[in-house]
Design a protein around this ligand. Structure first.
Ligand SMILES: [Ca+2]
Length: 484
């Protein structure tokens, strides 16, 4: 064969390969971009990170979540930016830190007690409503997914008024009181009028009374082949720990179970059963290979020694809910997407700030995800790429009532950062006696939370930790400096 023709054939073959390769590449990225998995967000309300079988608790019975964990990428060293309901849930809606979304409180001004002192529903609702503008004006996960062709259902805990405020297309919470609902969701004003408490009202029926709204929604979406998101954030195991008797019976007179753990453990198992019902329903009614399950807690809650009503309920320990300590701030994060993620235990530090960008990436919304501070956990969950070992995670603690809107720096009580084994907690807005809100710490504190997960050995004055302490301070100020 003449040399020239040979070269031409080679060049032609080369071009053909390039075209085929490009075509294959395009097909892959097209497939990835156009995949729109259904998404089930399962959010536990007030449960400490250790209190699952798969996290090592030998007393508590959580077989359904353990089963989900066995099928999931298990991020066992997960954190929450903050340790109380509303701002933690706002992070799961927006992918922003509380100081960024402005939702750093449970109750906007003038605060919970002042709301209770009001004498008309109209006054209360008009005073509570301006804060809803914060969620209305931000690109939330459901809003972005809805614009991408999803139907998005809100059920359970939700602090942003009507479900539509956050961009859900359907939902249960409508910022209206629920006559006769005794376990939560209502607020009694000073003149006896009922109003919506602000934490979910009608939505709080999910899990505790019914699962039907989710079942109807999923069936309907499946019938019309529309991708869907379910926000399942039941008021469980949140107090009141008033589970049916059969759940209490599991823990009475059990060796190793303390008196103050019984009612809480009962609620944890009641919650676990609902997760099993939900997962089995989705497995039966939807294409499970095209469905991503994500599990996370909104904040920790550890039973303390002080009894309260109803009977067998206890107040939580000071070091859990609301606090800057591990029992309040940690949560495992589970991601199950059959055929995509790998069941494995992953020990790198992650945060619930990563949830929204991860889910946006799963739905092909990469550009929208890139604007957010969290990282996409999918490559790690797929077993393709480890997260950086030196990653730092961050957060801040605020009082339950906001003193003003859009000024998180005026209210912040603590900031915290963890990198490697070390966690630094700084204090802010101390009063004249040097005490910050709730008096969690005396000044700044530093702990090795791997050796000392109970955070009892303060290393802040230990000269050995002077340099790493400085590094953590710099990281924290780069993340958010409320004094600048
Ligand atoms: Ca909570």
């Amino acid at each position: 064969m003449p040399r020239l023709i040979e070269l031409r054939i080679q060049a032609l073959l080369y071009c053909l390969l390039l075209i085929l390769g490009g075509f294959t590449f395009c097909r892959t990225s097209l497939a990835e971009d156009s995949r729109r998995p259904n998404i089930v967000m399962i959010i536990s309300d007030d449960q400490t990170y250790r209190d699952f079988g798969f996290m090592g608790n030998r007393q508590i019975k959580t077989p359904q979540i353990d089963q989900l964990a066995a099928q999931s990428a298990r991020f066992v060293n997960g954190y929450l930016p903050t340790s109380v309901c509303s701002p933690s849930l706002a992070t799961l809606l927006t992918g922003l830190y509380p100081h960024q979304s402005g939702i750093h409180y449970n109750h906007p001004p003038p605060g919970n007690s002042a709301f209770n002192r009001m004498t008309s529903r109209k006054e209360y609702e008009q005073t509570r409503s301006p804060a809803f503008q914060l969620i209305q004006s931000v690109d939330t996960l459901p809003r972005l997914l809805a614009a991408h062709g999803y139907r998005c259902l809100q059920t359970g805990k939700f602090w942003e008024g009507h479900y539509r405020n956050a961009g859900f297309t359907e939902g249960m919470t409508i910022f209206e009181p629920v006559p006769g609902q005794t376990f939560g969701g209502n607020r009694k004003l000073a003149n006896g009028t009922l109003a919506a408490h602000g934490n979910g009202d009608w939505g709080l029926k999910i899990g505790r009374e019914t699962m039907q709204p989710i079942y109807d929604f999923v069936k309907d979406c499946e019938k019309e082949s529309t991708p869907w998101l379910v926000w399942y954030a039941p008021y469980l195991p949140h107090q009141p720990h008033d589970s049916p008797q059969k759940y209490f019976d599991l823990y009475r007179d059990q060796p190793g179970v303390k008196k103050n753990e019984i009612a809480y453990y009962a609620s944890c198992t009641e919650f676990d059963d609902t997760v099993g019902d939900l997962v089995r329903f989705v497995e039966k009614e939807a294409n499970v290979k095209n469905t991503l399950f994500l599990f996370v807690i909104d904040n920790g809650w550890t039973p303390g020694e002080r009894p309260m009503q109803p009977r067998e309920n206890y107040h939580h320990t000071k070091a859990s809910k609301r606090s800057p300590f591990e029992d309040g701030l940690r949560s495992p994060i589970l991601i199950r997407w059959d055929g995509v993620t790998q069941p494995a235990t992953l020990t790198e530090l992650v945060s619930s700030i990563d949830v929204v960008p991860t889910l946006l990436n799963a739905a092909g919304l990469k550009k929208e995800a890139q604007r957010l501070p969290g990282v996409n956990l999918l490559p790690a969950a797929e077993g393709k790429e480890a997260l950086p070992a030196d990653r730092a995670v961050y957060g801040a603690i605020f009082p339950g009532d906001a003193s003003s809107l859009k000024h998180p720096e005026r209210d912040v009580a603590h900031r915290w950062v963890r990198q490697g084994n070390l966690k630094l907690i700084t204090s802010h807005n101390a009063n004249a006696q040097g005490k910050t809100w709730n008096n969690y710490t005396r000044g700044d504190v530093l702990y090795d939370v791997v050796k000392d997960p109970g955070e009892t050995n303060n290393l802040i004055d230990d000269p050995q930790f002077k340099v790493p302490q400085q590094t953590l301070r710099e990281l924290l100020n780069q993340w958010w400096n409320p004094e600048s």
